[in-house]
Design a protein around this ligand. Structure first.
Ligand code: NAI
Length: 723
């Protein structure tokens, strides 16, 4: 018995190693667990009465892998590649000791075996997995910028061949038990209560304690290196696909290809050394830190509603009202009904409300046809949505979300009508994308219960929800809005009121800078490709067409009307006006924008752009284009921090990646500044300001921060302490 493994030997001489890592809800590969495992294996070997061992879990799942919270601070602690390789090598020695100990070891997998958990199972000679809906195996390391550093890149190809191994490791997807069996990653699938017994039986029936790769004459199934045409093809295609998918911003997939390519041409011991070398480089690199910190640790905290005030009791929306059954209202109705809420979907006519409900019908029918949902389940979701044109139906709603036209008067009108019928304690939220919440709350008799709940389009796909606090919004309202987002299983960030809030405002600078480049005579293809090379999902001109140039113009004219002389026109102002008013090219929906949209072909950049913006004789480098497009967004985020619009670096980062597609490898806009180094960032902004305009000029606040060399995230993973 150790602290993390319950060790026992049964009457048949089979040792049972039941993993139960102390103080953790899931088993993870802690240093203490490793030490205990080594001790248990020594016992198995030393005890002549023991003929073999079953490795299983005493928790509800086998093992989740390494502890990401532990790894996320490695970069900040200044871990070197050599040190990181060393820790991987220690694990290799332990796992090699297991598979060469001379006695048969079988893994009985309940729940999931992921990452290091699967690698532990792969170091056993036999694997039985539970036949459960939630059970599975996978190597998800690539999604956090790493590679499986406990033998995954070496044992998997030796077990199932290189092409299948590359798919598993570079895609990072989880395999269901039946697929794992089909691929040859496990030997048996059994009911949960029989897995340990089956593993025992395998040993009792004389299961062999030798891995295939330790047998004389072993060859990688399907071949390795350049000698096998299928394998050579897999690497060639893999390299090209990886370059296209990552734009070379993510080092992990390339490192995985290298590990598998190099490691499978040498004996396993050497292969494992190669794996450790590449793992060390990744773990000590900044991209893995950025991905882990933002998309694992900080996203986890946001999902647990870290911004929820502790005082108000936990709430639940049972009945939700939605005003406006257009694109956004229909989407919100769908995700809310899917999460079990009764939804009243109101529009100015019943017909329009029904049309909004049709959206849910379509999405659910797709789910049914793909086997993702039963018809009965889809029917139940549909039955929860009540389309209406009558405000009386909103009676009894816990929360009402307004998603009518972006017009202050209409919004004020529906607010008053709604408040007349809903319970006194109900929360009223606006989904406005631009209008300040405090101003909209003036139409409310209960401004303390008025809040912004800003969804992104398409609502069912976009994971982020931006919660906006008006001046008078109270804590109870914030808590209830966050509880609702929790019910939807989306990721919330909480921001303070401002024009465009946080996400729309920063995203706007990306589009703006793309248009600025165009105005300077930069080749539009260079503008679009520069954005994609940097890792943005879509170029600024294409995305401008998608959201419509017309909408940008409406926002600009509205802001001009609201601010009058205080309005600082964006650099794209004249172009946006020209495309809407003169050229009549207001965006994709209208069939023409910066792109042409032929009925019978693929969209392409409008050739007329060259006449409107004559090509400059000197074109900038792709690096300069990328820099401008990323810097302007990061700089605007810093301004939002300075102004208190967004209040934590973690939320700023999450909002940028999940809200508008800032490249994940950066860790988000503020992580990007930290990655560049705040001093370097400010110096570069000064250069860009001199060359391209004052919009790049850093504020005094940021400059002082640079002088102190103070990053947005405290070093050594300090902002992850709350985890
Ligand atoms: P939409 O034009 O598709 O839908 C608006 C709906 O409101 C229409 O069905 C309309 O009939 C209905 N409506 C208008 N006046 C009404 C009234 N007096 N009573 C009842 N229903 C009324 O607009 P969309 O795109 O759904 O936008 C709605 C709101 O969401 C706007 O405030 C917009 O700024 C915001 N938003 C839009 C996003 C987008 O990507 N389209 C993203 C996030 C927020």
């Amino acid at each position: 018995m150790t602290q993390n493994i319950r060790y026992s030997v049964d009457a048949d001489g089979i040792a049972i190693l039941a993993i139960d890592v102390a103080g953790r809800p899931m088993n993870v590969l802690t240093p203490e667990f490793r030490a205990d495992l080594a001790e248990c294996i020594d016992k198995v070997v030393a005890d002549s009465a023991v003929r073999g061992a079953v490795v299983c879990s005493a928790k509800s799942s086998f093992m989740a892998g390494a502890d990401i919270k532990d790894m996320v601070g490695a970069f900040d602690r200044g871990i070197t590649a050599r040190e990181a390789s060393g820790s991987s090598w220690e694990l290799h020695k332990l796992f090699r000791r297991m598979e060469t100990c001379g006695k048969p070891l079988a893994a009985a997998i309940n729940g999931v075996a992921l990452g290091g958990g699967l690698e532990l199972a792969l170091a056993c000679h036999y694997r039985v997995i539970e036949d459960g809906a939630k059970a599975g195996v996978g190597l998800p390391e690539v999604t956090i910028g790493l590679l499986p550093g406990a033998g995954g890149t070496q044992r998997v190809p030796r077990l199932i061949g290189i092409p299948a191994a590359l798919r598993l490791i570079t895609e990072g997807k989880q395999l269901a038990p039946a697929d794992a069996l089909k691929q040859g990653l496990v030997h048996e699938v059994a009911p949960a209560d029989q897995i340990v017994e089956r593993a025992r039986q395998w040993i009792l029936k004389g299961g062999e304690g030798v891995q295939p790769w330790d047998k004389k004459g072993f060859k990688v199934p399907g071949g390795a290196g350049q000698t096998s045409p299928a394998v050579a093809q897999a690497f060639m295609a893999g390299t090209a696909l990886t370059a296209r998918a990552t734009m070379r911003n993510y080092p992990a997939p390339v490192a995985i290809l290298s590990c598998v390519y190099e490691g499978t041409q040498v004996p396993i011991e050497q292969g494992l050394r190669i794996e450790s070398k590449y793992f060390g480089k990744l773990l000590s690199g900044v991209v893995a830190r950025n991905l882990m910190r933002t998309l694992f640790v900080n996203k986890g905290l946001a999902d647990k509603l870290m911004r929820r005030p502790a005082g108000p009791p936990k709430s639940q929306v049972r009945r939700l009202g939605i005003l406006g059954a257009g694109m956004m209202g229909a989407g919100v109705a769908y995700v809310s009904a899917r999460a079990g809420m009764d939804v009243v979907l109101l529009d100015s006519t019943l017909e329009l409300a029904e049309k909004g409900k049709d959206y849910s019908r379509q999405l659910l029918a797709k789910d049914v046809s793909r086997g993702k949902r039963t018809q009965a389940d889809a029917d139940a979701v549909i039955a929860r949505i009540k389309p209406t044109a009558s405000y009386d139906d909103l009676a009894g709603a816990d929360l009402v979300i307004e998603a009518v036209f972006e017009n202050r008067e209409i919004k004020a009108d529906v607010t008053a009508k709604t408040e007349a019928v809903i319970p006194k304690n109900a929360v009223f939220a606006s989904n406005t994308s631009t209008l300040p919440i405090t101003g909209l709350a003036q139409a409310s008799k209960r401004p303390a219960q008025f809040i912004g709940i800003h969804f992104f389009s398409p609502v069912d796909k976009m994971p982020l929800v931006e919660i906006i606090l008006g001046k008078k919004t109270n804590e109870d309202t914030l808590a209830r809005a966050l509880d609702y987002v929790g019910q939807l299983r989306k990721t919330p960030i909480v921001v303070n009121d401002s024009r465009g809030f946080y996400t729309s405002r920063c995203f706007g600078t990306f589009v703006n800078e793309g248009i600025a480049l165009l105005q300077e005579g930069v080749n539009p293809a260079l503008v679009e490709n520069g954005a994609k090379l940097a890792g943005m999902p879509v170029g600024p001109l294409a995305v401008s067409d998608e959201v419509s140039i017309d909408l940008s113009w409406k926002v600009m004219t509205q802001t001009e009307k609201d601010l009058g002389r205080r309005y600082d026109k964006p650099v794209s102002y004249d172009t946006v006006r020209k495309f809407v008013e003169e050229l009549k090219r207001p965006g994709r929906r209208f069939g023409a924008g910066f792109y042409d949209y032929p009925q019978d072909g693929k969209k392409h950049l409008w050739p007329g752009l060259a006449d409107v913006f004559p090509r400059a004789p000197q074109q900038p480098s792709a690096d300069e284009v990328m820099k401008r497009l990323l810097y302007i967004q990061a700089l605007e985020t810093a301004r939002c921090m300075e102004e208190g619009v967004v209040t934590t670096a973690a939320e700023a980062d999450l909002g940028s990646i999940l809200g508008w597609g800032f490249p994940a490898w950066t860790g988000g806009t503020l992580s990007y500044i930290d990655t560049v180094g705040v001093r370097n960032f400010v110096a570069e902004c000064d250069r860009l300001a001199k060359r391209y305009g004052k919009r790049f000029k850093p504020s005094k606040w940021l400059r002082e921060r640079a002088e102190r060399n103070e990053p947005f995230h405290p070093a050594a993973g300090g902002d992850t302490k709350a985890a």
